[in-house]
Design a protein around this ligand. Structure first.
Ligand SMILES: Cc1cc2nc3c(=O)[nH]c(=O)nc-3n(C[C@H](O)[C@H](O)[C@H](O)COP(=O)(O)OP(=O)(O)OC[C@H]3O[C@@H](n4cnc5c(N)ncnc54)[C@H](O)[C@@H]3O)c2cc1C
Length: 496
């Protein structure tokens, strides 16, 4: 999404979570003044949410263990390098960091990482089988189906079609949102596509919109517009050398507290603590702790046995939260040949906006250490990602064939390939949690609420930046806050 029309300041939503500051490399629990030495917390999942919570809790004096099913930290932050030549790298998961991603940027700074900005430049379109640039003002867009009032400037309809919905959202930083805002509840009942249609947007306009912003047609309108309305700031960056440098840095600070290849299979709790069952190569184990931070996406959490002690709302949310199909397919190229495109020099991150299976052609070449080779990829959502994956082993061939018409000349240029469809990943189940139309108002609070000694983190539980690294890290700070508050209460006063 472009996040072009932010309408409130980002800080508004942060509230008390911003009070937890990061300060220096992680130290042992015993050395922390005023810490909670001896109190054990088990954190499930070493994605950014789990790592962020574990890191801050350790600094606050807790004795933390992180259980992670994969053999690496980072979860949906996953950089690949070995598929490429000339030191190339590609992000299979999270790519972009905005200036407004306060939590992500704070961790980037804490760990001394650097950011590389994306180039801006000219975008091409590929719609209804035709490739073209945005026409000059007053000339019609060269694809059929736009209503006459949508010509010659489809962008002029943005306020009527999209902003009108954003203005109905109310305060998305309110913990009771969208239930607290009647007009947002109305949006909750519909999808983005149905909302845009109801505003009068033609099918062609909607496809023009999705070509640039991702195939969000079936997304809950309240949820989708809420994320779209957040401010993007002035600059888009990624972490220099690869976004996975952040989770690796946090994991390194946590050291042996992180246990890899450890699949959580059971969560149980009683009035005095939690018991976590997990499997590793040596067999089944149990870990006892005072509290648990569950930072697993709900898709894999559905396979975990949950003993009594969870509310019906939480169990229903875990069972029902759908995950959006999302995929990327990268081609490393010998040269940045699109700078000599017949349409003129193309550039920027979102290089070609299409209505094809490829979704958007993104260009992450400016992030590469080698200044000559290129890195293009198809970034696919929902039906596009499903279509890509449905081709099985022929998916790369199919994409390569499609790219011939999206970025002519690519065939002779390809020197490396990498791809991933997140809906096929058993530890993610998809790109991000995406509540269906009609369900956001109850799912949103249910996903986040603590269940006695089990606290829930992860992008899906974020107050605002759901489906972003920033949301995962925001949720980490919230659970730390929950735990500190609960542990500060006299025994027996805890909310059950
Ligand atoms: C294609 C794609 C594009 C994206 N683009 C961006 C972007 O441009 N910018 C941005 O900021 N964000 C982006 N995101 C979102 C961002 O990657 C996520 O919001 C964030 O990384 C989620 O972190 P998390 O900790 O909530 O979950 P995860 O990273 O999924 O971490 C959960 C962890 O739990 C582990 N796990 C699961 N089940 C078990 C189990 N039973 N036992 C033990 N461990 C288990 C998983 O292996 C994983 O490591 C993108 C995501 C995708 C998929």
């Amino acid at each position: 999404m472009t996040h072009a029309l932010g309408r409130r300041t980002f800080l508004q939503g942060l509230g008390a979570a911003g009070a937890l500051t990061l300060a220096g490399p992680v130290r042992s629990a015993a050395s922390e003044r005023g810490g909670r030495g001896g109190r054990k917390v088990v954190v499930l999942g070493a994605g950014l949410a789990g790592l962020g919570a574990a890191y801050t809790l350790t600094k606050r004096g807790y004795d933390v263990t992180v259980l992670e099913a994969r053999d690496r930290p980072g979860g949906r932050v996953h950089t690949v390098r070995d598929a490429f030549r000339r030191g190339g790298h590609a992000e299979l998961g999270a790519v972009r960091i905005f200036d407004t991603h306060e939590h992500t940027l704070r961790y980037v700074e804490e760990f001394g990482l650097e950011l590389t900005p994306y180039e801006t430049g000219t975008r091409a379109f590929h719609l209804r089988g035709r490739r073209f640039l945005a026409p000059p003002a007053d000339e019609p867009w060269p694809f059929p189906g736009l209503h006459s009032h949508e010509q010659p400037d489809p962008a002029a309809l943005f306020p009527q079609y999209v902003l009108s919905g954003m203005l109905k959202l109310g305060d998305t930083s309110d913990p009771g949102w969208p239930g607290s805002v009647p007009s947002a509840l109305e949006l909750d009942r519909t999808t983005i596509d149905d909302y845009l249609s109801a505003q009068g947007a033609s099918k062609a306009w909607r496809d023009w919109f999705y070509a640039q912003n991702g195939r969000v047609a079936r997304v809950n309108a309240a949820a989708g517009l809420a994320v779209e309305s957040l401010p993007a700031g002035d600059r888009v960056t990624s972490i220099s050398g690869g976004n996975d440098r952040l989770p690796y840095a946090i994991a390194a600070a946590l050291g042996r507290r992180v246990k890899y290849r450890s699949e959580v299979v059971r969560i149980a709790q009683d009035p005095r603590g939690v018991t976590i069952g997990y499997k590793d190569r040596a067999g089944l184990h149990q870990l006892r702790a005072d509290r648990c931070v569950c930072a697993l996406p709900f898709a894999p959490l559905r396979r975990v046995h949950l003993d009594a002690g969870f509310s019906p709302e939480k169990l229903a949310a875990i069972r029902k939260l759908p995950y959006m199909a999302a995929a990327r397919c990268y081609f490393q190229t010998r040269r940045r040949f699109w700078q000599n495109d017949p349409l003129g020099p193309l550039g920027g991150l979102n290089l070609v906006a299409t209505d094809t299976m490829a979704g958007r052609v993104w260009n992450t070449s400016s992030q590469q250490s080698d200044p000559t080779s290129g890195m293009l990829h198809a970034y696919m959502f929902d039906t596009e990602a499903l279509e890509f994956a449905s081709q099985g082993e022929r998916r790369v061939l199919a994409m390569r064939k499609l790219f011939r018409s999206l970025v002519p000349g690519i065939d002779a240029q390809i020197i490396g390939v990498a791809h991933k469809a997140w809906q096929e990943d058993p530890w993610a189940g998809g790109g991000w949690g995406s509540p269906p139309a009609g369900d956001l108002h109850w799912m949103r609070p249910a996903m986040r609420r603590p269940e006695r000694r089990v606290h829930f983190a992860g992008e899906h539980t974020a107050q605002q930046w759901v489906a972003w690294m920033n949301g995962a890290l925001e949720s980490a700070e919230r659970v730390v806050d929950e735990i500190l508050t609960a542990d500060a209460q006299p025994v027996g006063r805890e909310r059950g």
